[in-house]
Design a protein around this ligand. Structure first.
Ligand SMILES: [Zn+2]
Ligand SMILES: [Zn+2]
Length: 343
């Protein structure tokens, strides 16, 4: 079968590999139909993501964790709700079950988690095998929309962490696919949403999806957002960039007693004023991946907002053109919101 293999950092190509064996007990063989490519795929490809050595060799790896697929074969003991031919979304993650996070209902933060396309083989291939509990039937949704359920599931978890309420003014910093998804999920919960970014095309997409927007290059974002929300500032701010400046901005613009949810991924350190905690009593929350319940909710949200999600899928390319398309997407982040590879 065909597979797009990342051989080592910086090296990816389409090659022929053996097909997976028949699915074992509790396993499902699927044929990927649409695979979304995201920032973490770029970071894996460039070598910025390094998996723990105890997980085994990182390369070669088939990437791809935002997946719509069809069930091809079921191993023994799969749940009766799964049938050959069904279209499904793949929940990308599995966890250890024994750590503090896993035993306190916070499995998504398991330090031993495995994600398809990162720690185990992903979906940029003609076939892949996955555990039945990671397979979610999706009824009548189009394949590219199904692939987008994964980024939306991260947003569902973030708005859940941020306890976004009906009618609340909410600010999202960063208009990439995750920021756009957070804005969509906050709108779905009845919030009033403003998204800030520096890239005009991203702001245009958000505006088309019913989000108020602010070009942070053209205005004092903190002052503008505070007056938009009311004098006290927005009660919830989502940082979806992962940069020290925007984390600081989120802390500066949120209301006293408000919530800052950090969704953007980064490794830099950030300076924060101590009085953000001891005078303004802010709640500063992290958010990572999602739970199975969040994933099911993401499938509902994508189904309820098909037009908005379709607008965010700006590029579709066949598997044979995946390597070039991914290189193009990495070089043109202002043009490519979401690239989907079609099986
Ligand atoms: Zn992703
Ligand atoms: Zn665990």
């Amino acid at each position: 079968m065909r597979a797009v293999v990342t051989h080592e950092a910086g090296s990816m190509s389409l090659v022929d590999v053996p097909e997976p064996a028949e699915p074992g007990p509790g396993q499902v063989l699927v044929r990927p139909e649409a695979v979304g490519i995201c920032g973490s795929d770029y970071h894996f490809l460039t070598g910025e993501i390094v998996t723990p050595p105890e997980f085994g060799p990182q390369f070669p790896r088939v990437q791809g964790h935002e997946v719509a697929a069809r069930i091809v074969a079921l191993g023994p003991g799969c749940p009766p709700g799964l049938q050959v031919g069904q279209r499904v979304a793949l929940f990308p993650m599995s966890w250890c079950g024994g750590c503090y996070a896993c035993t306190h209902d916070r499995r998504n933060a398991c330090p031993n988690f495995r994600i398809i396309g990162v720690h185990v083989e992903g979906a940029l291939a003609d076939y892949m095998t996955i555990a039945a509990e990671q397979v979610f039937p999706v009824a009548d949704l189009d394949a590219p929309l199904v692939a987008f359920c994964e980024p939306v599931s991260i947003a569902v978890h973030a708005v859940e962490r941020g306890e976004v309420g009906e009618g609340e003014p909410v600010v999202v910093i960063g208009g990439g696919p995750i920021g756009q998804s957070v804005a969509l999920c906050a709108l779905d919960r009845g919030a009033r949403v403003m998204l800030t970014d520096l890239v005009a095309s991203r702001l245009e997409l958000a505006r088309a999806n019913g989000v108020e927007v602010l070009n942070a290059a053209e205005a004092d974002a903190v002052a503008t957002v505070r007056s938009w929300a009311g004098t006290a500032g927005p009660p919830a701010v989502f940082e979806c960039v992962g940069a020290p400046e925007t984390v600081r901005q989120a802390v500066d613009m949120v209301s006293s007693a408000g919530r800052v949810v950090i969704v953007g991924i980064g490794h830099e350190e950030v300076r924060l004023p101590i009085n953000a905690f001891t005078e303004r009593e802010l709640t500063i929350l992290g958010s990572t991946v999602c739970t199975r319940e969040d994933f099911a909710e993401a499938i509902r949200i994508v189904g309820a907002h098909r037009e908005a999600v379709a607008r965010l899928i700006t590029h579709e390319r066949p598997l044979d053109g995946a390597v070039d398309a991914i290189a193009h997407a990495m070089a043109n982040p202002g043009e490519v919101m979401k690239l989907v590879i079609r099986g």
